[in-house]
Design a protein around this ligand. Structure first.
Ligand code: R5P
Length: 293
């Protein structure tokens, strides 16, 4: 198996190649033409090879590079192409709310799978997007990577900031053998949220060392409000962990000001990157690629 690390995911791709027993690893050349168009080139022929392309699609540029690299890999003669999209951009636009809107995440998945034989992603925000693929698609989780890290820390309680994260926090709680709870979240707009404790099951937070677990940290609004709420209820320490750390604008500084520690996986480059999903992605590749035929 050959691993190609797209410009958005070079470090993670190299870690994945190591997890695959030091699979041959290459970084493509990429540049921009004066008119703004992107150019990529991979070295050498890949005749008859199984190729794994790793490229998060955080920006539109990342996505175009991904499509160009898929084409280059096929041109080079790859027999099988598995595209690993550690952070799948547009995944939160998983449905259309008003007439005239696209299902943006589905639009991207269709283009990616048109050339790939299979797709692997990590903590895709919505099951709807997973279901929009017609080719085999596999989802690794960032939860085991974060759990490996949290095992070294004192943790009394794991908290999901909203109901949508209950499965994730429950899985983390099982791995660490710790209790969990979920807050109630009301989104006011794309920057503002309101959080509250559940009224149904009162929880004593005083003196607890708490970790908030989310899939994505974007503007940071969710984590900042969750941390403030938990502090008002006199927790001893509050940390935040996510799979995908986007940390837009001043999110990182705002979260640091209200938390004790911040953890993220390496699906995106960011200053809180402390855990790698490489073993979890490699495990899927080792298990599933031979089954693709
Ligand atoms: C929402 O459903 C997600 O799980 C995250 O909680 C959300 O995307 C985080 O966004 P922000 O950091 O902008 O509050």
């Amino acid at each position: 198996m050959h691993v190609i690390g797209g410009p958005a995911s070079t470090a993670l791709a190299e870690r994945i190649s190591r997890e695959l027993g030091n699979a041959p690893f290459a970084i493509p050349f990429s540049k921009r033409f004066p008119d703004g168009e992107l150019y990529v080139r991979i070295g050498g022929r890949l005749g008859g090879e199984e190729v794994v392309l790793v490229q998060s699609s955080r920006t539109d540029q990342d996505f175009i590079e991904l499509l160009l690299l898929e084409d280059a890999i096929r041109e080079a003669g790859a027999r099988k192409l598995i595209v690993v999209v550690p952070y799948f951009g547009y995944a939160r636009q998983d449905r259309s709310f008003f007439p005239g809107e696209p299902v943006s995440a589905r639009a991207l998945s269709r283009h990616i799978e048109a050339v790939a034989d299979a797709v692997v992603t990590v903590d895709m925000h919505s099951p709807l997007t997973m279901q929009s693929f017609t080719k085999p698609v596999f989802e690794a989780s960032g939860i085991p990577a974060i759990a490996r890290l949290l095992r070294e820390r004192p943790v009394d309680l794991l908290v999901s900031p909203d109901k949508g994260g209950v499965d994730r926090v429950r899985r983390m709680a099982e791995l660490l053998g710790r209790p969990w709870m979920s807050l109630e979240k009301k989104r006011i707009d794309s920057d503002r949220v309101e959080l509250s404790l559940p009224t149904s099951t009162p929880v004593d937070l005083e003196g607890k060392q708490v970790v908030i677990v989310d899939d994505v940290i974007s503007t940071g609004g969710t984590i900042v409000e969750a941390a403030k709420l938990l502090r008002r209820h006199r927790v001893r320490a509050v940390s935040a962990a996510c799979t995908h750390g986007l940390f837009l604008r001043d999110a990182f500084e705002r979260i640091k000001a209200v938390t004790d520690e911040l953890f993220s996986t390496d699906t995106l480059l960011n200053p809180a990157e402390k855990a790698s999903v490489a073993p979890d992605v490699a495990q899927i590749l080792k298990r599933e690629v031979p089954r693709l035929g």
